[in-house]
Structures are given as structure tokens and as C-alpha cells.
Design a protein around this ligand. Structure first.
Ligand SMILES: NC(=O)c1ccc[n+]([C@@H]2O[C@H](COP(=O)([O-])OP(=O)(O)OC[C@H]3O[C@@H](n4cnc5c(N)ncnc54)[C@H](OP(=O)(O)O)[C@@H]3O)[C@@H](O)[C@H]2O)c1
Length: 327
């Protein structure tokens, strides 16, 4: 698979990575461990070199399964993980105090069965800790060789600038897709100016853009989409107009809607690396093959014009989680 470079320090990764969260967390029951290991190793065979996890996925179990799958192949790969929630619990409040960052790094290294974290993101900006202290703590970990690159997630432009002044940021990981384009306003220009890579999470709109979800779909009781306004049945019904657009382009190009959604992201900037998540081998193949789908300038113009006429219904987070983003 072709590679892309994140940040000025030259972190090379496959143009599409694998988001590992859904193997353990957020989308219903965890995948059987052996199946998860098989899926991740199959991703490596298909040329994926970039894997995304976090201590709070599980919590902890996702890092463990990523470690079990990838430790034998470690040297070929880039493994990204994240710190920043109290006790590793994404519903338990924020904790980016330096002592917590250091403790998470040690624990993540053990769970990932490795001696270095290639990319260590702050999962959410913690208003209780100056970002300079966070960046300084990661800088120390980099000097000690325990971490290779620094990342932020869902940070606002000013926070990115302040962090970058202390320790160059290699990548920002925030939501970006055909149905969530807010980063285009301020974030992408800031990243371009500073030479920071961008890793869009939920590039398939948490599955919605693939066309596999409609207003009659029911999610597992533990699936986080049950709590998301954008996934309320009436919002799903209204938002089908976006799915129909993606499906129409896919039909014309003889590819799948998921591939259109990923190809569109890849076409926005050469330093964008989406990390779609899947628990299924056939979808992994489909998603990876999106790197071969090219959208012409004319097609990109048509898509842009069509999506600008669509207003997506429903917020992307429940109220309590919405407060954690873009700080
Ligand atoms: N930094 C953050 O705060 C943050 C937040 C959310 C996610 N993330 C990261 O980003 C990664 C990706 O985001 P995401 O998993 O939320 O959303 P996503 O990649 O947009 O969508 C994942 C969903 O789409 C389905 N899917 C995947 N490929 C498909 C295909 N080709 N056709 C039909 N359905 C398909 C998956 O179901 P199946 O498993 O059934 O295929 C899953 O339900 C995560 O794994 C995680 O590593 C980070």
C-alpha cells in the first residue's frame, strides 16, 4: 500500500490505517480475541502499518489485544495510543496531569508488549492542566525513548499552536468525514501551516456513510450510537440523503459507498490518513482497497457542491461528551 507522511518529523504510515477501538469497545460486545488477532494480522498482510488504540478502549483490553496481535510484527508497524481520562475510563473525567501521563505510558507499553509508543495522543484537552505541561511531559517521554511522536485529539486551533511550540505535534486525530466537515474551517488550515498530519477518526461516519444503517436498524444495548443525537431514528431517516449521495457516486464508479467515503478523505490533503474501524475481514479488504479509488477534480467538485446543500440532522455527541471537544 502507498504510504503517507504525518508531520514534519516524517512519520511514515500506510495511507489507510486500522482503527482498533470497535474490536473491544463502543460498538457492542467485544470481538473474540483470536478473531481480533486474525483481523489485525490480516491488515498487516494487506499493507496496513498504522494501528490506533487507546487505554480507555475496553478500558485496557483493546491495548492488550493489539499488543497480542502485533508484538511479533512490531518493527514494521506504527502503533498509536492515547492518554487523558481518569483511571482510563472515558466516562470518568479527564486526567492529563504529568504523573498520570507518565503512568499511562508505562502501563500502555506493558499492555502493548513494546518498548516504545510510536504516537502518543492526548485523547481530550484537559482544561485543568496547561497544554504546555502536557507537551512538556510528552517531550520528556520522547527524550527517554519511550514515545516517538506527540499527538492531540479533538483539540482547538489555539491549543494545537501552544502545544506545538513546546513539542512539535506530529498528528491531530479528530472526527472528519463527508458528514462532519467542521475541521475544514480552522483546523485544516492550522495543520497545513504548522506541518502537522491529520488522522480522521470515524471516517465512515461510525458506519452510517456505508449505507448499512437506516432508521429501522437496531444497535446492541451497549452500542454508544444509542446515545448519539445524529443516530436517533428520525435523524437517521433525515440523514439518508447523505447516504444516497455517496451510494450514487459509488454506483457510477463501480466501487462501494465506504470506498467513496475514504477516497474523498484521501483526496482532501496528501497528509490525511483515515483510520476506519471494522471487525470483519471482508470489510477490511474493502476499506484498504479504497486507496486505489481516485476521484477526479470534476467528481470532487460535484460532491462538494452536493454536500453543501445537505444539512446533517442531530449532534455528533450527547451533551456531556460534546463539552470535551474543540477546546
Ligand atoms: N480520538 C477519538 O476520540 C476517537 C473517537 C472515535 C474513534 N476513534 C478511532 O477511530 C477509529 C475509527 O472510527 P469508528 O470505528 O468510530 O468509525 P468508522 O470507522 O467511521 O466506522 C466503523 C463502523 O463502520 C462499520 N464498517 C466499517 N467498514 C465498513 C464497510 N466497508 N461497510 C460497512 N460497514 C463498515 C463497522 O462495523 P463492522 O465492525 O461490523 O464492520 C463499524 O460499526 C476507531 O476504531 C478508533 O480507533 C477515535
Amino acid at each position: 500500500m502507498i504510504k503517507r507522511t504525518l508531520g514534519k518529523s516524517g512519520l511514515q504510515v500506510s495511507a489507510i490505517g486500522l482503527g482498533c477501538m470497535g474490536l473491544s469497545f463502543a460498538y457492542g460486545p467485544a470481538t473474540d480475541t483470536q478473531d481480533a488477532i486474525r483481523l489485525m494480522r490480516s491488515a498487516v498482510e494487506r499493507g496496513v502499518t498504522f494501528f490506533d488504540t487507546a487505554e480507555c478502549y475496553g478500558p485496557f483490553t483493546n491495548e492488550e489485544v493489539v499488543g497480542a496481535a502485533l508484538a511479533p510484527l512490531r518493527d514494521e508497524l506504527v502503533i498509536a495510543t492515547k492518554f487523558g481520562f481518569r483511571s482510563g475510563n472515558s466516562s470518568g473525567g479527564l486526567d492529563s496531569r504529568p504523573e498520570n501521563i507518565r503512568a499511562v505510558a508505562e502501563a500502555s507499553l506493558k499492555r502493548l508488549k513494546t518498548d516504545r509508543i510510536d504516537l502518543f495522543y492526548q485523547h481530550r484537552v484537559d482544561p485543568g492542566v496547561p497544554i504546555e505541561d502536557v507537551a512538556g511531559t510528552v517531550k520528556d517521554l520522547i527524550q527517554q525513548g519511550k514515545v516517538k511522536h506527540f499527538g492531540l485529539s479533538e483539540a482547538g486551533a489555539q491549543t494545537i499552536r501552544r502545544a506545538h511550540a513546546v513539542q512539535p505535534v506530529t498528528a491531530l486525530q479528530s472526527e472528519y468525514s463527508l458528514w462532519w466537515r467542521e475541521p475544514e474551517t480552522e483546523i485544516l488550515p492550522t495543520l497545513e501551516e504548522l506541518g502537522i498530519g491529520f488522522v480522521p477518526f470515524s471516517p465512515l461516519g461510525a458506519g452510517f456513510l456505508t449505507g448499512g444503517i437506516n432508521e429501522n436498524t437496531t444497535f446492541d444495548r451497549s452500542d454508544y450510537r444509542n446515545t448519539v443525537p445524529r443516530f436517533a431514528p428520525e435523524a437517521r431517516k433525515a440523514n439518508q440523503v447523505m447516504v444516497n449521495l455517496v451510494a450514487r457516486i459509488a454506483l457510477l464508479k463501480r466501487v462501494t459507498p465506504a470506498q467513496v467515503a475514504l477516497a474523498w478523505l484521501l483526496a482532501q490533503k496528501s497528509w490525511i490518513v483515515p483510520i476506519p474501524g471494522t471487525t470483519k475481514l471482508h470489510r477490511l479488504k474493502e476499506n484498504v482497497e479504497a486507496t486505489a479509488v481516485e476521484l477526479s477534480m470534476e467528481e470532487l467538485r460535484e460532491i462538494r457542491s452536493a454536500i453543501s446543500n445537505i444539512t446533517v440532522q442531530g449532534g455528533r455527541y450527547a451533551e456531556d461528551r460534546q463539552q470535551l471537544v474543540n477546546r
